[in-house]
Design a protein around this ligand. Structure first.
Ligand code: FAD
Length: 402
């Protein structure tokens, strides 16, 4: 059946709900693997017109979105507890993609893809039905497809006490100084030289050039701060740590990212696959999501190309990383150790490349042991035991249907 026939029939092969990082990455990858004969609907509430977020991540070599990488760094500063260093991270590079550049790039690329239809409406339901998926919008439209890929948080994980439910929340300012104030070759990954209060707090400094940088005050904790506090802390850091008195703020970004070991459902019924944050792509212990979205959407596209079905189960051995994430969340949540201390131990006692591989879930079991033994072992053993106990209790509760 050709594209026109399916259009007449009103049914799509794939419906992608949400045209943010995950939805756009998926549609791009579907066409890249050669599924250009599939009729795809891309739905969002509105076209993306603002620079609503900045994505940073580490990567070896060139990635799929290399042409729109705004800045890349081979050196990262880290300031921890009694420990400051500049890490040489080759062959990795720490990269930044601005949301506005990503959305513009994708909009231009989509203009040239005849198999993709874009539509804008508030989506109210995404459900599986017998042999496909059905999507409803507030204005009464009903779309049907063989599969739907959903990036809306329609069923966020329940905040049950057996899970850790932290948030990563941050306020970032792009500041510009009249004097040279930044080394454009070195980004600051974590600067813990800020008051930790009762949680984990640090600052990123991502220089665009000698005069301009994104400075982001970040907190890992159970609840948000009052909005004014982020600004106060950011001002104090710029003044006291960066020693900058004179600057203008060019752009502001605020964000909240879930840091939880509560499972995000992979599917909504048989024919709706969750993607992005809604599909559990956020690394619970760090909040990094962008590269995990890339891996997930690439695997979905390859599976669809190979088998016609989006089946991408992770190998069993890979599940160990879920336990590692839970253990770190447990340490932070129960304050068995301070986050500043844990991250200092990680970066002081491991090469950064090993830490990145560990966070990317690419380490060998031997490397896992090296990473584990670099942090406070009794603290992490207690946290792991507690995390396992909670996991067991969660699965017993689920089995009892509670
Ligand atoms: C400010 C900010 C900065 C971040 N920085 C980083 C970073 O540096 N590195 C990193 O790895 N991760 C980062 N993240 C986390 C993560 O990468 C992003 O949140 C990412 O955008 C998640 O992709 P997504 O597709 O799941 O969600 P989104 O990109 O938010 O896309 C969801 C889409 O669904 C649409 N939508 C929602 N509800 C409806 C509805 N009812 N009807 C129709 N459309 C709807 C929205 O308009 C949106 O376009 C950041 C997050 C934020 C908020």
């Amino acid at each position: 059946m050709g594209i026109e026939d399916r259009e007449a029939e009103g049914r799509f092969d794939y419906i992608i709900v949400g045209a943010g990082a995950a939805g756009l990455s998926l549609v791009y990858r579907l066409n890249q693997v050669g599924l250009t004969d599939k009729r795809i609907l891309l739905l969002d509430r509105a076209p993306k017109t603002t620079n609503d977020r900045t994505w940073c991540f580490w990567e070896v070599g060139e990635g799929t979105f290399e042409p729109i990488v705004f800045r890349r760094w081979e050196h990262l500063a880290f300031h921890g507890e009694g420990f400051s260093t500049v890490l040489r991270i080759a062959p990795y590079r720490y990269k930044m993609i601005r949301g506005a550049d990503f959305y513009r790039f994708m909009a231009q690329w989509l203009d040239a893809q005849p198999n993709v239809v874009r539509a804008y409406a508030e989506v109210t339901a995404v459900e599986s039905e017998d042999d496909g998926a059905i999507v409803r919008t507030r204005d009464g439209q009903v779309y049907r497809g063989a599969w739907a890929f959903n990036s809306l948080l329609l069923d966020p994980p329940a905040r049950r006490p057996v899970y850790h439910n932290l948030l990563q929340h941050f306020l970032g300012w792009v500041i510009r100084t009249p004097e040279r104030a930044f080394d454009p070759q070195v980004a600051t990954l974590m600067d813990f030289r800020v008051d930790q209060a009762e949680d984990t707090r640090f600052v990123y400094v991502l220089p665009f050039d000698a005069h301009t940088a994104l400075v982001e005050y970040t907190v890992f904790s159970g609840a948000l701060l009052a909005r004014a506090e982020y600004a106060q802390q950011l001002q104090a850091y710029i003044h006291d740590c960066l020693r900058i008195a004179d600057y203008e703020t060019q752009h502001e970004e605020f964000g909240v990212i879930p840091m939880t070991d509560a499972p995000f459902p992979e599917r909504r019924g048989a024919r709706v696959i969750n993607i992005g944050t809604a599909g559990g792509c956020t690394k619970p212990s760090t909040g990094y999501t962008f590269q995990r979205i890339q891996r997930h959407t690439q695997r979905l596209a390859q599976a669809l190309k190979a088998t016609g079905r989006p089946e991408v189960a992770a190998p069993l051995l890979h599940r160990r990383y879920q336990l590692f994430d839970s253990a770190l969340l447990n340490v932070l949540d129960t304050r068995r150790a301070r986050g500043r201390q844990v991250f200092t131990e990680l970066f002081a006692r491991n090469p950064p490349q090993r830490v990145f591989r560990f966070l990317d879930e690419d380490t060998t079991p031997f490397e896992d042991v090296l990473v584990m033994s670099s942090v406070n072992i009794p603290v992490f053993m207690a946290a792991t035991a507690d995390a396992m106990r909670r996991r067991l209790s969660a699965s017993c509760t689920a089995r009892r249907g509670l």
